[in-house]
Ligand binder design. Structure first.
Ligand code: GLC
Length: 557
């Protein structure tokens, strides 16, 4: 299997990227109109969030027909045109396959509801006991994970919204249907796929109450998961050379991720995991307020980087996506050090071992939404938790503060292409308000020769030109440092040192304390920095607020 370590992937949240017809919703022709911009950035693949027919209860992650493009996004012709135009510019299109569940509007589920036994067995229906659901599992979006169907006196499983019914992967017919879908899209010329929550597809033989948790330990990285992924690979993309695949792995383990992504396992090209994005959860609770724990962030990065490095797995590197608040507002300082912290986070992430992802707008420093009213939110999870927290008696202003920090809508506000009305995104009314943070947009950023965009271009180029970034081993330096995340990448004689300050105070760094050569122009060359001036003559360097410094260590020493 090909390894994609020289590539950078750009995620497009279609609904919020670019609206071509003034209906307030981003669409496929809108993406096509921005391909030159993406080519200029230098990325290799575009991952599009689901574009299939959907009632949009979970913005397309509730698919009602996997073969058809939702009219709000365009037509199949539009998608084929995008694939063609993207290819011309050296960009591959990756589609998002949601195979853990379908929308309850899907024909299969509708037939199941009518009692057709073939289709009932496409899903997971079970009897309750004593008026209770089959198990006490909690849905990822809040509430019990089973929905009652009075006609059958049975419940169906939905790990997400009740309009997202879990598929029964035990059923061979289901698996074949899904493989046919992947093959259909491969034939249309797509370059790869992202598989949504794919490590949740293998459910246990017995459904039992979880006395110590929300049920996830029973279905996460489930009993047949590796068997299913090998089969999916063999029956679909494994037949087409160089297809790129990434699996979204919820609450997973390192051991499983190595297997999911090791080239010899023939499962997937790489994996996302989310452990590093829980460092601002208070005792595991997302819906709480807590500053991020920097030490924990480094511990987690170190565990995964070293583990994947030693065991041969392949990691997708990301800080932001459509399910996360914006990293710049979360781990940086979007007010006082907007540019510096945007570039620092990019450096610190992109030079790790793995394949970096840029989430739309990150390349010019988009921030959280800062909505002040529940009326601005659209996300099903955010609205569910707003109601849950209300019921728990939390005051409105605290709930809004929590949503401002944690809601998925933070990453879903429309792209701010310019500072005009509609921000170059739409001539109509956007489906969700624009971010309330003033003064940030793509055109404004690009006026500056030190733009965040230009910095991303450099980072991408650096990866492409540098085997040590693509393949080098990883080692953390001074793991306990209170504000720096420093690591060394090594390939043969080549070594690069990446030093990033995650805080607003200047600190000193002296490499000779860590068995590294003393600072001097002979020993080190500056490859990249997010500040204009630096001085390598002193024995220790001052690392300024949110500074990132990338040094190559000269081999002759
Ligand atoms: C994934 C998607 C998310 C969606 C969920 C259910 O986590 O990224 O947006 O809500 O799966 O499909």
């Amino acid at each position: 299997m090909k390894n994609f370590n020289d590539s950078v992937i750009y995620q497009i949240y279609v609904k919020s990227f670019m609206d071509s017809n003034g209906d307030g919703l981003g669409d496929i022709p809108g993406i096509t109109s921005r391909l030159d911009y993406l080519e200029k950035l230098g990325v290799n693949y575009l991952w599009l969030t689901p574009v299939f027919i959907s009632p949009m209860n979970d913005n397309g992650y509730d698919v009602a027909d996997y073969y058809k493009v939702d009219p709000s996004f365009g037509t199949l012709d539009d998608l084929e045109h995008l694939i063609f135009e993207a290819k011309k510019r050296g960009l591959g299109i990756m589609l998002d396959m949601v195979f853990n569940h379908t929308s309850t509007d899907h024909e299969w589920f509708q037939k199941a509801l009518k009692g057709d036994p073939k289709y009932k067995d496409y899903y997971i229906f079970r009897k309750g006991s004593g008026g209770n659901p089959p198990t006490n599992w909690i849905s990822k979006f809040g509430g019990n994970a089973w929905e009652y169907v009075p006609e059958f006196d049975e419940y169906y499983l939905h790990l997400f919204d009740k309009t997202q019914a879990d598929l029964n992967w035990e059923n061979e017919d289901v698996r074949e249907e899904l493989y046919e879908i992947v093959n259909f899209w491969l034939d249309k010329g797509v370059s790869g796929f992202r598989f949504d929550v794919i490590n949740l597809i293998s459910k246990p033989d017995e459904f039992a109450d979880d006395e110590i948790g929300d049920g996830r330990r029973f279905y996460t990285d489930g009993p047949k998961i590796h068997q299913y992924l090998k089969e999916l690979n063999r029956e679909t993309f494994g037949r087409v050379a160089d297809t790129i695949t990434v699996g979204e792995m919820s609450s997973t383990t390192l051991e499983n991720c190595v297997r999911y992504s090791h080239p010899e396992e023939d499962e997937l090209s790489m994996v996302f995991n989310f452990h590093h994005l829980k460092v601002d959860y208070d005792e595991g609770d997302k819906w709480s307020l807590k500053n991020f724990d920097f030490q924990e962030l480094k511990e987690i990065f170190d565990h995964w980087q070293s583990g994947m490095d030693n065991l041969g797995g392949n990691m997708a590197l990301f800080f932001s996506n459509h399910d996360q608040p914006r990293a710049l507002s979360r781990f940086g300082d979007d007010k006082n050090y907007h540019k510096e912290s945007a570039k620092m986070l990019a450096t610190s992430l992109h030079l790790l071992k793995g394949i970096p992802y840029i989430f739309q707008g990150e390349e010019f420093g988009m921030t959280n939404a800062y909505f002040t009213s529940i009326d601005d939110y659209r996300d099903v999870e955010s609205i569910n938790y707003y109601n849950i927290l209300k019921k728990q008696g939390l005051p409105e202003e605290i709930i809004i503060k929590i949503l401002q920090a944690k809601s998925r809508d933070n990453g879903r506000t429309p792209i701010l292409w310019n500072g005009e009305d509609g921000h170059g995104f739409t001539t109509g009314t956007p489906w969700i308000p624009f971010s309330k943070m003033e003064g940030i947009n793509m055109e404004e950023d690009q006026k500056d020769e030190n733009s965040i965009f230009a910095y991303y271009q450099k980072l991408i180029r650096l990866r492409k030109e540098s085997p040590v970034i693509q393949k080098g081993s990883y080692k953390i330096i001074d793991k306990d440092h209170k504000s720096l995340f420093t690591y060394l990448r090594t390939l043969g004689e080549e070594r690069i040192l990446v030093i990033s300050n995650y805080y607003g105070e200047q600190v000193n760094f002296d490499p000779s304390k860590y068995d590294l050569p003393e600072l001097s122009r002979e020993n080190y060359k500056v490859l990249l920095s997010n500040y204009d001036q630096f001085n390598l003559e002193k024995e220790k360097i001052s690392i300024r607020p949110y500074e990132s410094l990338v040094l190559s260590i000269e081999p002759h020493k």
